[in-house]
Design a protein around this ligand. Structure first.
Ligand SMILES: [Zn+2]
Length: 224
């Protein structure tokens, strides 16, 4: 039975292997009663397992992001065997609950979704795939989900780099007002903003504070 999402749901997601900073900001998430989703690429070695367990123990969701961070279109025939199963098998054995996958470079199509839904409940692509030139994020209805299906593809919006705070906050306001679920993505969470693809600790706190003030559910994908 799914929780009611009267005030909207914010899913913040983070990719790759930015383990040090992901762990460093765990107290910040606790402060706002918030959880995120962390998509891990590369070998699920002892280091990765340790990080995944710490994230999971704090209530966060761990997802997968491909063993070699390979582009799906380049490896269609071998993607499951070479990119998915080696990560998935180790996670299962280590007691890491995996339900979600983020496409490297957001490269996907309906055929890839169909194959990956055999292993995952939730897939994340990128909003740029469906955004028309100059279209405002807040006006793209497919980014705002009233209901989350048992097998759901999300188009993640960027909350990284020098992102447009107005654009991001407009989307958060809309989701809060209409009880919708929205997904953002970034990568590392450094103290000072590194060039592109990342979100600084300060920026993350601004988003957490805003969503909390709007009484949104700030949750990981395992909670959907
Ligand atoms: Zn990536």
């Amino acid at each position: 039975m799914r929780k009611s999402i009267q005030h909207g749901r914010l899913c913040l997601t983070f990719d790759d292997r930015n383990f040090d900073n992901w762990l460093k900001v765990l107290p910040l998430w606790r402060k706002y009663d918030a959880r995120g989703t962390f998509f891990v690429s590369g070998a699920v070695d002892a280091t990765a397992i340790g990080v995944m367990q710490r994230l999971q123990n704090d209530g966060h969701t761990v997802g997968l992001h491909a063993l070699h961070h390979a582009k799906y279109p380049n490896k269609k025939d071998t993607y499951i065997e070479e990119e998915i199963l080696p990560q998935l098998d180790v996670c299962r054995n280590a007691g890491i609950k995996i339900r979600s996958f983020a496409y490297p470079y957001s490269l996907r199509d309906e055929e890839s979704d169909g194959r990956l839904f055999e292993y995952f409940d939730f897939l994340r692509g990128g909003a740029w795939q469906i955004r028309e030139k100059d279209q405002e994020m807040v006006s793209i209805d497919r980014l705002f989900l009233k209901d989350v299906a048992d097998k759901q593809l999300f188009y993640g919006m960027s909350a990284s780099g020098n992102f447009d705070f107005h654009e991001v906050s407009q989307s958060i306001f809309r989701a809060a007002e209409r009880g919708e679920t929205i997904v953002f993505y970034a990568h590392d969470i450094p103290e000072k903003l590194a060039p592109s693809h990342h979100i600084s600790v300060g920026q993350l706190e601004v988003l957490l504070k805003l969503a909390r003030a709007l009484d949104m559910d700030i949750c990981g994908m395992n909670e959907l």
